[in-house]
Design a protein around this ligand. Structure first.
Ligand SMILES: [Zn+2]
Length: 253
């Protein structure tokens, strides 16, 4: 993995402002893994993708993750701090990039072959829905239709023909096969003692970090350009340390 330059990151951020999250993720990974084709990256399971995004998060913004959560019981605000390593489940940035895993689950009279959903599935499914009002149940149903093939004896069935308990067992197996796609944080409120779990979404976390970084960086470019008359590309080519020192010299902290 390589760390994208400041100028590449600003381009990804600017393009991503009007893109769906699945595109943002692919653009970030394409910049970090130029040795991989877009097709390879899009074929990674969502857990593999999130593992790489987590490694990119660490490389760009450090190995600590801090955020805020609200206690669902008393409404108190909690500050959270995690190490990236604690959220990584068996994936590393230097892992070989493989395409999504496939499995078979035989249960009752049914044999269900599955593969793990990837970005291509998300793209295909999200194109059919209004991005502003996604219907989570319909999206889930379509993803399952794409990723499962169901047999009862010699007969092919559709996913909708599976009894609910069989479908649940298959989905549980898929989640187990791709644990990085479903990272649950165990939280406890220090004010009232309430304990709960919440899903950690690395993509939205990384994107909000990038958003804050991009706006601050553009501010810095503006200050330095105004003070020294340098071009944007010249300022972005400076290391972060050097940029910081020049900002201090013009009294901008
Ligand atoms: Zn509480």
């Amino acid at each position: 993995m390589r760390s994208p330059s400041a100028s590449e990151l600003l381009n990804i951020w600017e393009r991503g402002l009007y893109q769906a999250p699945v595109h943002r993720a692919l653009n970030l990974l394409a910049a970090a893994y130029p040795e991989c084709s877009l097709d390879q990256l899009a074929s990674l399971s969502l857990g593999q993708r999130d593992g790489l995004l987590l490694a990119l998060q660490a490389s760009l913004f450090g190995s600590q993750i801090t955020g805020l959560a609200t206690c669902p019981h008393c409404g108190d605000r909690l500050e959270l701090t995690f190490a990236v390593a604690d959220l990584q489940i068996g994936t590393r940035s230097d892992m070989p990039l493989e395409t999504a895993a496939v499995g078979v689950k035989a249960i009752e009279a049914y044999t269900v072959e599955f593969r793990l959903p990837n970005s291509l599935d998300l793209l295909a499914v999200s194109n059919q829905f209004n991005a502003n009002q996604p219907n989570v149940d319909q999206i889930r149903q379509q993803l399952l239709d794409r990723c499962l093939s169901v047999q009862q004896g010699a007969r092919s069935l559709s996913v909708g023909d599976l009894p609910a308990n069989v479908l649940e067992a298959v989905v549980a197996e898929m989640e187990q096969a791709d644990p990085q796609a479903n990272v649950q944080l165990a939280l406890a409120c220090p004010a009232c003692g309430y304990e709960w779990q919440t899903l950690f979404d690395i993509l939205s976390f990384l994107w909000s970090k990038l958003h804050v970084w991009a706006r601050r960086t553009l501010q810095e470019v503006h200050r330095l350009a105004a003070a020294y008359g340098w071009r944007e590309s010249e300022i972005l080519a400076l290391s972060a340390q050097r940029r910081q020192l020049y900002l201090e010299m013009i009294g901008y902290e």
